[in-house]
Design a protein around this ligand. Structure first.
Ligand SMILES: [Zn+2]
Length: 464
């Protein structure tokens, strides 16, 4: 393939020849060879393909097959009732996602039963926006055999509330086995220029490894994958398309393990030659993780996911630890109005920081956290530059990034997020995306960027 008239740096228009999965030549006025496919970029920008450094692929695939039950799609109780009434079951279930209390409060089994009596025989389950809570109606409880044996379901006044916290493994064992196709989710990412993902699901293990391998082999999954997860992978890392990443720790402020136990887990990860990654959304989570890394010793490539709340006084120590922050800039856009209501004073300026991390020389990368945030990295980059909410309020304006810094969060190597950006250079892999406009035009309206072509080592993942 020959990409003509491509901008590889601002104002630098060249031709790019791709052959055998590699960028063979970058030069001006290359002549097409016989039978070579020619794409005229007409001055539009060619970038290294984006890597989404934090995503949940199977959850995204499931979400794309589910009913949105929270803002901005659904704002209040009557709207929730209406979308549930209109939805068609998949696998016998009506499955809602993205619920937030701002819609109708702490809904439970009785709320759903009473609000939608015509679904009394249809199993309904609704996932909270955090992914940590499912809410079932009574038919849903029957469908997961809730009334047989020990269950982790919440009980109040001697009966099930229909609420189930942090028990996806238990729940999935009670649902019909269902092969979820990653095809639609993967294609959507490719359309945005994403040719690599890091799946950050803490429960990933040998079974998920097998599913990812199969999805890559049968062509459903187009992106290279780094799989975070637990300790029990048995995988020889021979191919670039599937690598085992850091051990993922999911901490919750309310039930943090003893410090020594957490330190021992980091040592166990090191014995496997692996980095560590910590889910970290509160100030207490972050303080705990910093203590763990101080105790166990940090190393390059260790990660803090989200770092939702970071006070000034922590920045110096985070820099010293050399830990990478993997952020979700679009949460400011998507969730900012709720943050604005609920978080006051200084703490609001500690939310999803970005420029302060860069200024403190803390490596910064971005991931969608899809399905819990948009899978479109261009919306995310736009949010990183604007720092405004959907409702038009500002959150941490002085944390805004330049468009170039926002882009760089997606250009670090899969194994070194926040590290040096990959480049379009001769001899490098032809893993790239062609935009529909120059970078000068793109940086004016990142959310409007369309991707014309996405390649992974020369093979076409998407063409508009
Ligand atoms: Zn996540």
């Amino acid at each position: 393939m020959l990409i003509k008239n491509a901008e590889i740096a601002i104002g630098d228009i060249v031709d790019v020849r791709i052959d055998g999965g590699v960028i063979r030549t970058v030069n001006r006025n290359l002549q097409a060879e016989a039978r070579e496919t020619i794409v005229d970029a007409a001055g539009a920008s060619v970038l290294p393909a984006l890597h989404d450094h934090h995503i949940h692929m199977f959850a995204l695939a499931r979400a794309m097959d589910s009913v949105p039950c929270g803002p901005p799609h659904v704002q209040d109780g009557p709207e929730l009732v209406s979308v549930l009434r209109q939805s068609e079951p998949t696998d016998g279930w009506i499955r809602g996602i993205g619920y937030h209390e701002s819609v109708a409060g702490d809904i439970d089994r009785d709320w759903i039963d009473h609000a939608i009596p015509e679904l009394s025989d249809a199993p309904v389950r609704i996932q909270h926006r955090t992914g940590r809570l499912w809410i079932f109606n009574s038919a849903g409880l029957r469908a997961i055999s809730a009334f047989e044996g020990e269950t982790p379901l919440e009980v109040a006044a001697g009966r099930f509330t229909g609420r189930l916290y942090d028990a996806d493994v238990w729940m999935r064992a009670r649902l019909p086995a269902h092969q979820i196709s990653l095809a639609a989710a993967s294609r959507t990412l490719a359309k945005h220029g994403v040719a690599g993902v890091t799946d950050a699901t803490p429960g990933n293990g040998p079974e998920e490894l097998r599913l990812f391998q199969a999805a890559l082999q049968n062509g459903e999954l187009l992106q290279d994958v780094v799989l975070m997860g637990g300790f029990d992978f048995d995988h020889k890392q021979t191919a670039p398309e599937l690598r085992i990443g850091p051990v993922k720790f999911h901490l919750y402020e309310a039930e943090l393990p003893p410090l020594e136990e957490a330190i021992a887990q980091v040592h166990a990860a090191r014995r496997q030659g692996r980095n560590v990654a910590f889910h970290c959304v509160t100030l207490v989570d972050l303080a705990f993780v910093m203590a763990v890394l101080q105790g166990a010793g940090s190393r390059q490539g260790d990660r803090i996911e989200h770092a939702s709340v970071t006070p000034d006084t922590f920045l110096g120590e985070l820099a010293r630890l050399g830990v990478t922050i993997v952020t979700q800039p679009h949460f400011v856009w998507e969730r900012g109005d709720v943050y604005h209501r609920e978080i006051k004073g200084a703490e609001r300026s500690w939310l999803y920081r970005a420029r302060s991390f860069l200024r403190s020389r803390i490596p910064l990368a971005a991931g969608s956290d899809a399905p819990f945030g948009t899978e479109n990295p261009w919306i995310s980059m736009a949010s990183a530059t604007k720092r405004t909410t959907r409702g038009g309020l500002a959150i941490g304006r002085n944390e805004s990034l330049t468009p170039d810094d926002a882009l760089r969060m997606y250009l670090g190597d899969a194994g070194a997020p926040g590290g040096p950006s990959r480049r379009i250079s001769e001899g490098g892999p032809a893993t790239l995306c062609l935009l529909d406009r120059s970078w000068a035009a793109a940086r004016e309206a990142l959310e409007e960027v369309n991707v014309r072509l996405t390649l992974r080592r020369g093979s076409e993942l998407w063409q508009a």
